[in-house]
Each structure stands twice: as structure tokens, then as C-alpha cells.
Design a protein around this ligand. Structure first.
Ligand SMILES: NC(=O)c1ccc[n+]([C@@H]2O[C@H](COP(=O)([O-])OP(=O)(O)OC[C@H]3O[C@@H](n4cnc5c(N)ncnc54)[C@H](OP(=O)(O)O)[C@@H]3O)[C@@H](O)[C@H]2O)c1
Length: 314
């Protein structure tokens, strides 16, 4: 798996054509890893860009293409994967993930307070039915590897106990103000690669996904001081730290100078041990992607999605 991937989630801010153009440009400057998902609603355009990239001489075997099954398709994983393959115009994926461990969904762009009446908690037996279909995709040769996303230690322990094919990666929110040290150490000890989403702290996420307590990684004095010394944007320090710590960061950008800088971040000389120690010290346990819309009871708070006391909530 290439050490950095380009995020392709434009939220409601960046349209599919702009993202497809970024995929073409990023491949031109050396990116080979692209983090896609059916719910990003741009796989068709990204697929056209990947076609151009391969026509320009990049071989399929050198690309690392990820997609994810959305929460509304946990019962029809194979069909959903075939649709992503058709949209991306590929005959296999390098990695396919279960995007969230809940089969709960909502209209795109809805307010964080909206709740679906069909929403359910994590039910391990149901998740394993989804996972069996993921395993089948590997047997069918449609995907090379399978993984999880937005998981917790208690849920992963159950999956590791019952899976025939263990998750190869866990995609999780990781940035200097949200380092998730226990989960990070747990997945590495289990032989699962941590893939870090929102590595810069998602500074352009929609207003509806912000809460007053959220902190801003790229304004942290430690990050800013290192960035000044290195003469780079603070975002680059976040990406560099993530990769050097042992995660695979997935920064999103459609600006050439920014995605080039992020790629250079993982290829240039490392941060000093002192920098790494200083950044380890600024964790604020500040989760930005809280997942409120996936809650299954009206009076719950988002913390209940994340098994914070080690217990899976029902
Ligand atoms: N599995 C999941 O549930 C999940 C959830 C969330 C995200 N993700 C994945 O993670 C990817 C990234 O997450 P994200 O978009 O939330 O946040 P992010 O990568 O932390 O932040 C992206 C923002 O940072 C800016 N930026 C990027 N590089 C920069 C640089 N070198 N200098 C200055 N600014 C820079 C971008 O602006 P410009 O475009 O202007 O450069 C963009 O606004 C997504 O696209 C998606 O693929 C997965």
C-alpha cells in the first residue's frame, strides 16, 4: 500500500469534476493511492480520471484503489462492490472497506440532528453477515484486500475472533489533536495497518459538522512553530507526522501546490525526534467526525457510537 493516498470526498463543497481533475493531476505528480467510496457520489468521474491515468502509461498494478460499501448496502455488498467497479471502470479493487459498522443511513447533506427510524446499534452477528460477503469478494477475485473503517477496539476484537479473512486495514480519524493512541496501538499489534483520514483536521468540513469545542490542528502553536522552521504550511507538518508515526494519511486537496506538498511531506527527510515528541504531547482527544446521524435513539449523544468505556452500546 503506497504510504500516502489522495482523499476524494468533496463533501458539499467540491464537485466531482474538480476531484477527478485532482486525481489526474495527483497521478501525474506521483500519487498512486486513491481513497474512494460510493457515498462520495463521484466514483464515475474518478473512474474516467483513472482511465486517463492508465492511458497515460501508469499500469493498473501500480495503482492502489480503495472503495467502501455504504451503510445502506450492508445486505448487498457484492452488488454494491460491482457498482463501484463499474463506476471506477476497474475489474478489481485493491482494498474494499465497510465504511461504518452501522447499517444506518440518512439523506446526503442532512443536519446532524436528523435520525433515521430504522437506525440500529452495532449488532455483531449482523456485521459478520456483511463481513462474510466481504470475504466472498476476495474469493471471487473482485477485491484484493478487505478492511474496516470507523471501528473501535471492542468491535474489532469480535471481528478478529470471527473473521476468516482478517481486516488488512482500519481507516480511522487521525490527526495531531486526535491521535487515538489506544486504537492505533491495538490495530498495529493485531497486524492491521492504520489508515488515517482527515489528517489535517478537516479544516474545510461543513459548518454542520462543527461543534464549539472542536480545536484546529493547523493553528496549534507546536505545529505552527515546526511549519515556520521548515518553511511549509502547517498542513504539511500534520501529514508528515501521520506518516512518520506509522499511519497511511489520506489528505484531501484539489490544489496542485497542496497535494504536491503533501506528497513531498512523506518523501522528504523526517521530523526530528523532538518534533515527534512535541506533537505527541498536543493530543486533545478532539474527534471531529462524530457520526451523530448514525445514532439509533433520539436522546443519545455521539460518544455512545464510540464504545468509550470499552462496552458496545445497545
Ligand atoms: N472512512 C471515513 O469514514 C472517512 C471520513 C472522512 C474522510 N475520509 C477520507 O479522508 C480524506 C481527507 O479527509 P478530509 O477531507 O476530511 O480532511 P483533511 O485531508 O484533513 O483536510 C482537507 C483540507 O485541507 C486542505 N489542505 C490539504 N493539503 C493542504 C496543504 N498542503 N496546505 C494547505 N491546506 C491543505 C484542503 O484544502 P485545499 O483543497 O484548498 O488544498 C482541504 O480543505 C477524505 O477526502 C476521504 O477520502 C474518510
Amino acid at each position: 500500500m503506497p504510504a500516502i493516498g489522495l482523499g476524494t470526498f468533496g463533501s458539499d463543497r467540491v464537485d466531482a469534476d474538480e476531484i477527478a481533475e485532482a486525481v489526474r493531476g495527483a497521478a501525474e505528480v506521483g500519487y498512486r493511492h486513491f481513497d474512494c467510496a460510493s457515498v462520495y457520489r463521484n466514483e464515475d468521474r474518478v473512474g474516467c480520471a483513472l482511465g486517463d491515468v492508465m492511458r497515460d502509461g501508469v499500469q493498473r498494478k501500480d495503482l492502489w484503489i480503495v472503495s467502501k460499501v455504504w451503510n445502506d448496502a450492508h445486505g448487498r455488498v457484492i452488488e454494491s462492490c460491482r457498482q463501484s467497479l463499474a463506476d471506477l471502470k476497474l475489474d478489481y479493487l485493491d482494498m474494499y472497506l465497510v465504511h461504518w459498522p452501522f447499517p444506518n443511513f440518512h439523506p446526503p447533506g442532512c443536519d446532524v440532528s436528523s435520525r433515521s427510524p430504522e437506525s440500529r446499534p452495532y449488532v455483531h452477528e449482523e456485521f459478520m453477515k456483511t463481513w462474510r460477503q466481504m470475504e466472498q469478494l476476495v474469493d471471487m477475485g473482485l477485491v484484493r484486500h478487505i478492511g474496516t473503517s470507523n471501528m473501535t477496539i471492542p468491535k474489532l476484537k469480535l471481528v478478529l475472533r470471527d473473521a476468516r479473512i482478517k481486516p488488512a486495514v482500519n481507516e480511522m480519524e487521525l490527526h495531531p489533536h486526535f491521535q487515538q493512541p489506544e486504537l492505533f496501538d491495538f490495530v498495529r499489534a493485531a497486524g492491521i495497518e492504520p489508515v488515517g483520514y482527515s489528517p489535517i483536521g478537516s479544516p474545510a468540513r461543513p459548518e454542520r459538522d462543527r461543534t464549539p469545542d472542536d480545536t484546529v490542528d493547523i493553528q496549534d502553536p507546536v505545529i505552527v512553530a515546526i511549519a515556520r522552521r521548515m518553511d511549509v504550511h502547517p498542513a504539511v507538518v500534520c501529514v508528515k507526522w501521520s506518516a512518520q508515526r506509522g499511519a497511511t494519511p489520506l489528505p484531501f486537496s484539489t490544489r496542485r501546490e497542496n497535494y504536491v506538498a503533501n506528497l513531498e511531506a512523506v518523501a522528504s527527510p523526517p521530523l526530528t525526534e523532538e518534533d515527534m515528541r512535541a506533537i505527541a504531547g498536543i493530543d486533545r482527544n478532539c474527534r471531529l467526525i462524530k457520526g451523530q446521524v448514525f445514532l439509533w435513539k433520539p436522546d443519545q449523544s455521539w460518544e455512545e457510537l464510540w464504545d468509550m468505556d470499552g462496552v458496545i452500546r445497545r
